[in-house]
Design a protein around this ligand. Structure first.
Ligand code: MG
Length: 346
């Protein structure tokens, strides 16, 4: 198999601001193309800067991976064990190879990825659209722009969280998820806010406290009327067992966990431990989003809005039907490359 790489910048429709005040207008991406026997699989690494990966680190990693001696793409376990062993970090870059391998294999076998993995297209939950931190007026505009979505995910963790929720509630009564991104400082304050949020129709709370404060999260989860979901506290399969009895569930993202293959193992383990499953994403094109979507029938909640929040998606946007992502009945991930120039310069 032959691997090709293409660095890219996904431009965001709105600057993305977190509770800590950081803001950005684009996300560095590396697209990969995996070729074997006349077939082509596409993959994607998305690298929000706060996670520590970059174009440079991803390209350095991907250039160090030599798949030329691997001639059986169905040896997913063997190939990805080799890729994972090439470096201790670089989860997004590893995910790019994993995604391309699954797309390639689906095309070779003429099967959709989701069916190849043993999932269905019929029980997929509605997807939420993320509303980043902004002024109350801009929040109302963003809610209007998200009219195709039946669920919204609101970023909180500011000094004026109630004001932000009140602004959103003044224009919509849709179900809301809340992602705090570690922004609440004290567990008692968090519990008070959660009770208030429950009255406002919020359905779940993601990563309320600083990563690593598992005793405090366990205290909160025990008392919380809403499910508490780990995001920053849950990166890979190895993290899950210590979260039993601490969180209600986990947010699985391909860019954290090195891709579809490990995400499938995480789903299995989470179900064994009675942890609920949210499938999430970074700022991504259709490529990585449809890879995550192929797992979505196993999830309790799905937060896969990446392609809808960017201006220069080089693949055709996913289709939404009644607020759920449509999984195309096409081999692999069912991607359609609309920017034909994307890989031309390779
Ligand atoms: Mg999150």
């Amino acid at each position: 198999m032959q691997l090709y790489t293409k660095p890219y910048n996904l431009l965001l429709k709105h600057p993305f601001t977190l509770g800590n005040g950081t803001s950005r207008t684009s996300t560095p991406i590396v697209f990969v193309k995996l070729e074997h026997d006349g077939y082509t699989g596409y993959g994607e690494a998305s690298m929000p800067p706060y996670l520590g990966e970059s174009h440079e680190s991803a390209l350095r990693f991907l250039n160090s991976v030599d798949l030329s001696s691997y001639n059986d793409p169905s040896d997913i376990e063997g190939i990805l064990a080799y890729v994972d062993g090439c470096a201790s970090d670089n989860p997004s870059a590893k995910a790019a190879i994993d995604i391309a391998l699954h797309d390639l294999l689906g095309k070779i076998h003429g099967k959709t990825c989701f069916r190849m993995l043993g999932y269905t297209s019929t029980t997929t939950p509605e997807i939420s659209c993320t509303i980043g931190i902004d002024s109350p007026e801009m929040l109302k505009q963003k809610v209007a722009e998200a009219s195709l979505f039946n669920v919204l995910k609101i970023k909180l963790g500011t000094e004026n969280d109630k004001e932000l929720i009140n602004a959103i509630r003044s224009v919509t009564d849709k179900p809301l998820y809340v992602d705090v991104n570690q922004g609440w400082k004290e567990k008692e304050h968090a519990l008070d806010l959660i009770y208030w949020l429950q009255e406002k129709g919020i359905k779940l709370i993601e990563q309320p406290l600083l990563k690593g404060r598992l005793d405090e999260v366990a205290w909160l989860t025990e008392r919380s009327p809403l499910p508490i979901i780990a995001d920053e506290d849950c990166q890979r399969l190895v993290d899950i067992d210590r979260l039993q009895g601490v969180y209600s569930g986990i947010n699985i993202k391909l860019m954290k966990c090195t891709g579809i293959h490990e995400a499938g193992k995480m789903i299995k383990r989470a179900k064994e431990l009675n942890l609920k499953i949210l499938i999430g994403c970074m700022s991504e094109s259709t490529c990585a989003t449809m890879a995550a979507a192929s797992l979505s029938s196993a999830a309790d909640w799905v937060d896969l809005d990446g392609p809808f929040l960017v201006k220069n998606n080089p693949f055709r946007d996913p289709e939404l039907l009644n607020g759920t992502l449509v999984l195309p009945e096409l081999p692999g991930l069912g991607l359609k490359l609309i920017d034909e120039q994307l890989f031309k310069s390779i």
